[in-house]
Design a protein around this ligand. Structure first.
Ligand code: ZN
Length: 161
């Protein structure tokens, strides 16, 4: 199969997420990153919707290393802090299917106080399927906002300041 430029696809270059993870990628592809994970500003109509994915091409949670798995918990909490403190959400919805793109990715959707009843729970996906998505420029702006608002990890496990 050839890509848009006529080149042959090999290995993980067939993965849209791995392909997008390049040094000069736009901000929306890297709102926040650690050595193991990155966060993108998702192509959604709901501002603040993020995708959290391992930097490595992994197709099952079972394939995560213990270090990746441990950092995942911290990152889920931090993303939710951004939703609550920066976007005014009540909490964060978390979904992981990896069907459209096989690369493991968590959908992190801000659960806003005014979320319509018919879009609660898994039906929040309508923001991606039915509505006009945010523009790339809006996603870049949101990514910068997410990056600025990202909290520092707790240095000592469960100790709260
Ligand atoms: Zn990949």
């Amino acid at each position: 199969m050839a890509d848009a430029n006529g080149g042959a696809e090999t290995g993980t270059s067939t993965c849209a997420f791995c392909e997008a993870d390049v040094a000069d990628a736009p901000p929306r592809e890297r709102a926040h990153a650690t050595g193991l994970w990155r966060v993108t500003a998702h192509r959604s109509a709901l501002p603040g919707w993020m995708l959290l994915m391992p930097q490595r091409h992994v197709e099952s949670l079972a394939a995560l290393t213990p270090t990746e798995a441990a950092e995942l918990g911290q990152l889920l909490r931090e993303a939710s802090v951004v939703h609550v403190d920066e976007f005014g959400a009540q909490k964060t919805y978390v979904m992981q299917f990896a069907e459209g793109v096989k690369h493991v990715h968590f959908s992190l959707a801000p659960r806003m106080a005014d979320l319509p009843t018919e879009r609660r729970g898994a039906k929040v996906s309508a923001y991606n399927a039915e509505d006009e998505p945010l523009s790339d420029a809006e996603r870049d702006q949101l990514a910068r906002r997410i990056g600025r608002a990202w909290p520092a990890p707790h240095p000592n496990g469960d100790e709260q300041s």
